[in-house]
Design a protein around this ligand. Structure first.
Ligand code: NAI
Ligand code: MG
Length: 398
């Protein structure tokens, strides 16, 4: 019997092909696991009115570890229109199954690595003083709080009395907003708890310690958003003093950090941020190291359920290609995060090394790495297919 069972949730579009190739790679690398299929995505919304059926939740509860491809999401009205006739007009509302999964299993910690692979033509380059150029080696891990903050979903338009009255107890609300008609005032909250802020900070400190980095950077805006960002920075400083005496706490403002992104990205290794700032930061950093074909992520929480997924979506326009041309590396790097998480560190390193070797050699490149338009012609123009890229990486494992 295999040592573990992994819940494989391909989802929609290119999620299917990248996950299939990922399992092929994991098998070739000798990862001892069985895979059970988890239904998720658009098909289940249309057929069952639920893009994350209970049976998939049960599988995750049982086996704890999930590999996820990508899903297709559509705006509410479009989603309702695509339900099968039997489910129409029953008041069903579409919610993203990713957000549901995050909330259901309280997966509050999200890790998004952004690491330069030498030889990747998509790497960011910077002009030097003498007119030449240099390629900074980015090696950043973004720790993004995944469940609270601005994406917590606590918001109102035309707020009810209780909310409006509570707002009216704040003198800045009275001075700046109370003169507008209530139905022309829109409120989205940014609520942080000490408990989950502490958890994301400790995850970052532990990671910095394990990897031998000198500290962590808290990327927020404490001078302006004092209650929440200010709390996070102060908490980081307190925790460092108490439990991580060897580690430093640096702080940057999110706006300045985005400017420094193209100036000195190599100076940041472990960055912690609240939900939305972490989302912005990780996309910004991902752009320096190859973009969506390379951006992986891990999410996990206190009850042991962990899901690993590329950050890209289902890219519907490429889903129907007879020969898939999308880059599977983001999915593969997500699987490496999974291996790392479950303690298979040597295996993770072996796969990472094989990926790095293929990229460095530069003989096998998907269309995005060739900087050509994604089209069925891409293969004729010399781009590797998804399967050829996987083959090349498997070859390097040996
Ligand atoms: P997307 O990430 O699916 O695609 C954007 C573009 O990025 C594609 O057209 C393609 O050019 C490129 N791309 C994405 N993955 C690639 C890969 N592995 N290799 C090479 N190129 C790649 O985002 P888009 O088009 O905004 O959304 C498509 C669908 O995916 C929507 O329904 C959206 O809601 C959903 N989505 C799902 C996500 C998830 O499952 N985590 C995340 C983002 C979007
Ligand atoms: Mg995003």
């Amino acid at each position: 019997m295999a040592k573990r069972t992994i819940v494989a949730m391909p989802g929609d579009g290119i999620g299917v092909v990248v996950l299939e190739q990922c399992i092929r790679l994991l098998n070739a690398a000798g990862f001892d696991a069985a895979y059970v299929h988890g239904d998720i995505g658009w098909e289940y919304w249309c057929k069952e009115g639920n893009p994350l059926p209970d049976r998939t939740i049960e599988l995750l509860e049982k086996h704890k570890i999930g590999l996820f491809g990508a899903i297709t999401s559509k705006p509410k009205d479009k989603a309702s229109a695509e339900l099968i006739p039997e489910l129409q007009n029953k008041g069903l509302v579409y919610y993203s199954p990713i957000v549901t999964m995050r909330q259901r299993f309280k997966m509050d910690i999200c890790m998004r690595p952004c690491k330069t692979l030498k030889g990747n033509p998509l790497n960011f380059i910077r002009r030097t003083a003498d007119g030449g150029y240099e390629e900074p080696m980015v090696d950043a891990m973004i720790f993004r709080q995944n469940t609270e903050g601005l994406y917590g979903g606590i918001e109102w338009s035309n707020a009810p009395d209780e909310v409006w009255n509570a707002m009216m107890t704040h003198k800045k609300f009275v001075a700046n907003f109370s003169m507008h008609p209530r139905n022309e005032v829109f409120i989205s909250t940014r609520i942080l708890s000490k408990k989950y802020t502490e958890r994301i900070l400790r995850a970052a400190f532990d990671y910095a310690k394990e990897k031998g980095f000198q500290g962590i950077t808290v990327c927020e805006k404490p001078n302006v958003i004092r209650e929440t960002s200010g709390m996070m920075l102060k908490l980081a400083q307190d925790i460092a003093k108490k439990d991580y005496p060897g580690l430093s706490v640096w702080d940057t403002n999110i706006d300045a950090q985005m400017m420094w992104l193209t100036k000195n990205p190599e100076n940041y290794n472990v960055i912690v941020a609240s939900n939305m700032f972490g989302d912005i930061l990780s996309d910004g950093f991902a752009g320096l190291v190859g973009g969506l074909g390379f951006a992986s992520s891990a999410q996990f929480g206190e009850n042991g359920v962990a899901v690993f997924e590329p950050t890209h979506g289902s890219a519907p326009k490429y889903a129907s290609y007879e020969t898939s041309i999308v880059n599977p590396i983001a999915m593969f790097l997500s699987a490496c995060l999974m291996l790392d998480y479950i303690g298979e560190k040597t295996l993770a390193q072996r796969i990472e090394k094989a990926i790095a070797d293929v990229v460095l050699q530069g003989k096998v490149r998907t269309y995005d790495m060739m900087k050509i338009t994604g089209s069925p012609d891409a293969i004729k123009k010399g781009a590797a297919s998804t399967i050829q890229m996987t083959d090349a990486i498997i070859q390097k494992l040996k």
